[in-house]
Design a protein around this ligand. Structure first.
Ligand code: NAP
Length: 263
């Protein structure tokens, strides 16, 4: 299926690895021009090289922390000068560390809210005026299955992402008449570096090996496996497509059927 995205421009945040990278790959395969960000310049450049050589994509990189005001300003300025403001915004950043809520103070909460709520809100604010002028825009926020079913050791994520979800529910309806859709894509368990770190935390806590935790998490999922990041990227690209113009303000859960609710 041609998703109708050829020659659109996307800003994909936190995209040198994992789910962000998978979204960048799926968009590159559709002929989208990309600006990708991450803090580590070397891995970011390797990812850009892969996108150019495998997909023939036009890719610009911005090495910086997207959760800071300076990092966001730099990403937007580079995007503006390379291709103009983005038609597509993929909001992503590292998730908060796992832990115990009794150990988290104001600083930990502020960092989580800054990264997983305030940053996407600021980028939506910065990018949607141009999308309104064009009467076309797509925003996909990478959030978490924790928004639907909280994960005890990820309380910072449960809280901060729920705040973003509430905001998006309102703003998506405010901007819909301008051809803009804003949706959240909720990963269950995808085997990325982030998940490996979470498994290391569980391993320390329970004494189980990484392999045992991997096997138990896979077995507990109705599909008997963890998610493949490419599957995540493909759904993200569809959410950005011209065909998905009537999909708006939704929380799309991608978890192999793990969430047990009917709705
Ligand atoms: P990952 O494999 O660790 O990749 C994270 C990517 O984001 C890397 O490219 C990293 O590069 C970049 N990044 C992290 N912090 C950044 C920052 N402050 N500014 C710019 N770039 C940053 O993680 P992932 O599994 O793809 O997870 C992506 C998001 O989905 C996270 O918020 C995570 O909590 C959430 N999530 C993941 C899962 C899962 O199963 N994987 C499940 C639920 C939710 P640098 O380190 O070089 O900056």
């Amino acid at each position: 299926m041609d998703l109708g995205l050829s020659n659109k421009t996307a800003l994909v945040c936190a995209a040198s690895k994992g789910l962000g990278r998978a979204c960048a790959e799926a968009l590159a395969a559709e002929g989208v021009r990309l600006v990708i960000t991450a803090r580590g310049a070397d891995t970011l450049e390797e990812t850009a090289h892969y996108l150019r050589s495998h997909f023939g994509a036009e890719v610009t990189t911005v090495a910086g922390d997207i959760t800071t005001e300076a990092g966001r300003a730099q990403a937007l300025a580079v995007c503006q000068s390379a291709f103009g403001m983005p038609d597509i915004l993929i909001n992503n950043a590292g998730g908060p560390k796992p832990g115990d809520f009794r150990d988290w103070g104001r600083a930990e909460w502020q960092a989580a809210v800054e990264a997983n709520m305030f940053t996407p809100i600021e980028l939506i604010k910065a990018c949607t005026p141009t999308m309104m002028t064009r009467q076309w825009g797509r925003v996909v926020n990478i959030t978490s299955s924790a928004v639907k079913a909280p994960i005890p050791e990820l309380g910072l994520s449960n809280g901060a992402r729920s705040g973003l979800t509430g905001f998006v529910a309102g703003v998506a309806r405010q901007l819909a008449e301008h051809g803009i859709t804003i949706n959240n894509l909720l990963p269950g368990l995808f085997y990325t570096d982030r998940l490996k770190n979470n498994f290391a935390f569980l391993s320390d806590k329970t004494g189980k090996t990484h392999a045992e935790i991997f096997a138990a998490k896979s077995a507990a999922n109705p599909s008997k496996r963890l998610g493949n990041p490419a599957e995540f990227g493909a759904v993200c690209a569809f959410m950005c497509s011209t065909q998905a113009a009537y999909l708006n303000g939704q929380n799309i859960l991608l978890d192999g059927g793990n969430y047990p609710g009917t709705f």
